[in-house]
Structure formats: structure tokens, C-alpha cells
Ligand binder design. Sequence first.
Ligand SMILES: [Zn+2]
Length: 120
Amino acid sequence: MEGPSRKVVTLDRSTLSDQLITRTWAFFLSYHAKQLPSGRELQRKDWVTLNRARAKVGKTARTLQKWKLRPNSECPCGNQNQPMDHILSECTEGPHCTDQDLRDCTDAAQAWITHWRDKI
Ligand SMILES: [Zn+2]
């Protein structure tokens, strides 16, 4: 008795057309681009500032005091404390923006970043 005949299929560039490879790659890139948060087109320094604000972990006066790098957590505007929420929504020293602005990287978020990027 003879066994079933076997066909060996090798998947390489000669079996897959260049067009299919290109299309698959384009899909992969667009799929993963959508998973990334907005603002990725910003310059690195702005991108870092944006993500610090999103995560509320910037080098604010409050954080520096916590790290014992400052004697107090006072904001230049006169507020006793300078947590990230203060400079995002209350501080008179710069523009304000919301968490939604930060998520969508709106013009308000970018104006906020431009003002604060060298300060926090
Ligand atoms: Zn302030």
C-alpha cells in the first residue's frame, strides 16, 4: 500500500506576491498606529511633557519637594502647593487644559506643553 502523497509548501517571497506582502505590512502599520495615543507626531521633549502631564508625574514643585530637591512645594503664582492638577487647571502662570485635551493632544494641550515643557 502506498501512503498519501505529500506536497511540501514553502512560504517565501516566491510564493507570496510582493503586493500581498505590501498590503499586509500596510495593514499592520495602520492597525498599530491607531493603538498609540495621540501626540506621537510631537518633538520628543513635547511628547515627554505630554505624557508626564497625562500620568501626573511631572517634576512639579510638589514632586521635587517629595524627592527632597526643594524645601517647599510652593508655585511661583503664590499657591501653597504645585501638584500637576494645579498647573493644568488653576495656575495663573500659564494656560490651562483638561485631561481630555491631553488625551486628544488638542491645541490647548499643545499651548500648555509649550509653556510648561522647560519648567516641569
Ligand atoms: Zn501656580
